[in-house]
Design a protein around this ligand. Structure first.
Ligand code: UD1
Ligand code: CA
Length: 433
C-alpha cells in the first residue's frame, strides 16, 4: 500500500487571485486535478491538505480525503496535518506539492521504486535557472545529506545546481516521526518538510535523489510560471495529438484541452481552440480560427473557418459549418449545411438540410429556452428567423427573409414576410431636388 499527501493549503499570494493557487487551470482543468491524475495507479490513497475556506478545492479533489491546515506554518507542518487521516497506515507515504502539477506518472513510479532501495527518496532536478529552489546538499561520498532552503543557504550552497523538486517518499511511521520532530528555527520561521532529509541522514539512514527534467518538476508560484506550465502542457498535448494521427498544420497556434480527442486523419488548421469536452472523428477538418467546446464532430465534417461550436453540439458526418456560424445544444444531421453567418441554438437539424446565410433560431423568450426542429432535406432561405418552439418539416422550403412562427408541414413551401410594394416615381430622385 502506498499513500500520497498533497500539500495545497497555500493561497498562492504571488498569483494575486481569489482562487486557491491549485485551482488555476492548465489545459482546461485545475492543476490539482492534473496531479491527482498522475497519482492514479501509483498511490492507493491520497490525502489533500487544504487551507481554511477552500470549499471549491475540497470539491475539486473529491472523493479524495481532505484535511484543513488552519495556520500556514510551513510545508512540514502541512504534511503533519495528514497524520490523523493516515493513522495505522503502514506502507510508504509520499508528500507532493499541489503547485507541482506536471509530474509524469513514470517519474512518481521511479520515486517509489527508489524508496525500495533507500530509506528516503526525493525528486531533484537541475533547472536552467535554479533561482530560489531549495538546494540538495551532498556529502563527500555523494550521499544526500540535507536540503537547504534558498533563504537559509550560504553563497556556496546557492551555487549547487541540484534543486529539490519538493517530493519525498518514506515509510509512514518514520515519516510522521520526522515530521513531529521538525523545528522552525530558520529564516522564515517555518516547519520545512525538506528538513526530514537531514533527520533521516542523521539517523544513519540512506537517502536517494531521483532526477527528472525541469519541465516536469517546475513549481507554479506566479502567473508567469502558470503560463510557462501551460506552454509545456500544450506542447505535450500537441505532440500526443500528432502521434495519434491528427494533422496540426501550425501546431504552435492550436490550443488543446487535457481531454481533447482527435481521431486519425483529422486536420486542424491554424488558430483553432479546443475548450474541454471535444471529440473529433476521423477525416474531419477544423478550419482556421474556430472555437469548440464540449461537442462532437463526426467523420468527414468541415468546421469553419471562424465557426463556434458550443456545449451540447453534435455535427453529423460530412456536415458543413461555415464562417461566423454559432451552434449551441444542436444536432446537425449527416450532410447538413450551415455555411454562413447563423445562430442555431437548441435545435435538431435533419440530414442534408440546408440552412441559408443569416438564419437565426430565436430560442430564448427571455425566460425559457425552446427547441427548433428542422426536418431532413429542408431548405431554409437566407435571413430566416425561426421563432421557437417551432418545427419545419422534411423537404420543406422556407422563403428567404421569413419569420417562421408556426409549423411548416413536410414538403410544404412557407413564405412569412411582408409583400413587396412598388410605388412608381417615389424613389430617391423624387425626393427634394
Ligand atoms: C518548496 C520547497 C523547496 C523546493 C520548492 C520546489 C520547502 C520548505 N521548500 O519551496 O525546497 O525547491 O518547493 O517547488 O518545502 N503549503 C501548504 N502549507 C504551508 C506551506 C506550503 O500547504 O504551510 C503548500 C503550498 O500550497 C504549495 C506547497 O506546499 O502547494 C509548496 O509551498 P511553497 O510555499 O510554494 O514552497 P516553495 O517556497 O516553492
Ligand atoms: Ca512552490
Amino acid at each position: 500500500m502506498r499513500a500520497a499527501i498533497i500539500l495545497a493549503a497555500g493561497q498562492g499570494t504571488r498569483m494575486k487571485s481569489v482562487l486557491p493557487k491549485v485551482m488555476h487551470r492548465l489545459a482546461g482543468r485545475p492543476m490539482i486535478r492534473h496531479l491527482l491524475a498522475a497519482c492514479e495507479g501509483v498511490f492507493d490513497r491520497v490525502v489533500v491538505v487544504v487551507g481554511p475556506g477552500m470549499e471549491s478545492l475540497e470539491k475539486a479533489v473529491a472523493p479524495h480525503a481532505t484535511v484543513v491546515q488552519a495556520e500556514r506554518l510551513g510545508t512540514g507542518h502541512a504534511a503533519r496535518m495528514a497524520a490523523p487521516l493516515l493513522e495505522g497506515f503502514s506502507g510508504d507515504v509520499a508528500v507532493l506539492y499541489g503547485d507541482n502539477p506536471l509530474i509524469a506518472p513514470d517519474t512518481l513510479r521511479r520515486l517509489v521504486e527508489a524508496r525500495q532501495e533507500a530509506d528516503l527518496a526525493l525528486l531533484a532536478m537541475r533547472p536552467a535557472d535554479p533561482g530560489k529552489y531549495g538546494r540538495v546538499v551532498q556529502g563527500a561520498s555523494g550521499q544526500v545529506e540535507r536540503i537547504v532552503e534558498w533563504a537559509d543557504a550560504t553563497e556556496e550552497e546557492r551555487a549547487i545546481p541540484i534543486c529539490n523538486a519538493g517530493v519525498v517518499c518514506a515509510e509512514a511511521g518514520r515519516l510522521f516521526r520526522w515530521l513531529a520532530a521538525l523545528r522552525n528555527e530558520n529564516r522564515q520561521g517555518e516547519f520545512y518538510l525538506t528538513d526530514v532529509v537531514a533527520l533521516a541522514h542523521g539517523e544513519g539512514l540512506s537517502v536517494r535523489a531521483v532526477e527528472a527534467p525541469e519541465a516536469e518538476l517546475r513549481g507554479i508560484n506566479s502567473r508567469a510560471e502558470l503560463a510557462a506550465a501551460e506552454a509545456e502542457i500544450q506542447q505535450r498535448l500537441r505532440q500526443a495529438a500528432m502521434e495519434g494521427g491528427a494533422t496540426l498544420v501550425a501546431p504552435e497556434t492550436v490550443h488543446l484541452s487535457w481531454d481533447t480527442r482527435l481521431a486519425p486523419d483529422v486536420v486542424v488548421e491554424p488558430h483553432v481552440v479546443f475548450a474541454p469536452g471535444v471529440s473529433v472523428e476521423t477525416g474531419a477538418t477544423l478550419r482556421a480560427f474556430s472555437h469548440l467546446e464540449d461537442c462532437v464532430v463526426r467523420a468527414g465534417a468541415v468546421i469553419g473557418p471562424y465557426a463556434r461550436l458550443r456545449p451540447g453540439t453534435e455535427v453529423g458526418e460530412e456536415a458543413h459549418v461555415g464562417n461566423f456560424v454559432e451552434l449551441k445544444a444542436t444536432t446537425l444531421g449527416r450532410g447538413a449545411k450551415a455555411n454562413h453567418l447563423s445562430y442555431i441554438g437548441d435545435a435538431t437539424v435533419g440530414a442534408r438540410a440546408n440552412i441559408g446565410a443569416g438564419t437565426i433560431t430565436c430560442n430564448y423568450d427571455g425566460i425559457h429556452k425552446h427547441r427548433t426542429v428542422i426536418g431532413e432535406g429542408a431548405f431554409i432561405g437566407s435571413d430566416t428567423a425561426l421563432v421557437a418552439p417551432v418545427r419545419v418539416g422534411a423537404r420543406a422550403l422556407v422563403a428567404a427573409g421569413s419569420v417562421v412562427t408556426e409549423e411548416v408541414p413536410d414538403d410544404a413551401f412557407a413564405i412569412a414576410r411582408g409583400r413587396q410594394v412598388n410605388k412608381p416615381g417615389r424613389g430617391f430622385r423624387g425626393k427634394g431636388k
